[in-house]
Design a protein around this ligand. Sequence first.
Ligand code: ZN
Length: 267
Amino acid sequence: MIRVTVWYENVQESGEFREDLFAGAPEEMKENMKKWLPKSAEEIKKVYPKGVMGTVAEHLEKCPDFQVTSVNMYMPEYGLPDELLNNTDVLIWWAHVAHEVVPDSLVAKIRERVLKGMGFIPLHSAHPSKPMQAILGSSGTLKWREGDYCRVWNLNPTHPIAQGIPESIELPGEEMYGEFFDIPKPDDLVFMNWYRGGEVFRSGCTWTRGYGKIFYFQPGHETAPSYHNPYVLKIIENAVRWAAPVMWRDTLECPNAVESPESKVQG
Ligand code: ZN
């Protein structure tokens, strides 16, 4: 069984402004958020009555080889207590308006767990999230525009993440994310988005860090119906299997401590 944890920010979807989480934010930003959050929650509910990540989790739960745990940032310990993180094989991360709220101590634990072998799948607006920045070492900034027709091209049909996916997928009304996307050069570029506005975007990219595998995937704006598209769901499902650990590193303390057969003979 692959133990999948689906982590969701929940700020917009709940519509609830949590004073404790945003204590350090500027007053003006707090006042603004209090005004627009309830409306945002309403808009999301129209497209995702079961929740944005609720819709993704519902699909993953149908996979007999996955054991899915859904959590969100409004839960104790930001939804990721040590016990859960330490029993997660693949972590899916959807975040948008509250990247700064996630404590650095949690980000460090996620990064360490990835280096030891946990798979990490940041989705859509998680591109500048703290865990993705910490794991990849880049800002994740990109070019942005509101909704546009989007075609997701399958560039790598032999890749495990592209299995069962046609030459291209049409996503009406997805948000435009364009180049330049500040990411390290991907190990594999699996998908590329094209928009009517002419922009292109590296929308499905893989990396490894330590023993962990990472897949970033662009579709998933909270008011676009992309997570109802069966191919988008299939890609996330494939990515979970691909990112599941093949082996775990026991320690990160002494990265050069592996003894060579030669040194054993001499020692
Ligand atoms: Zn978005």
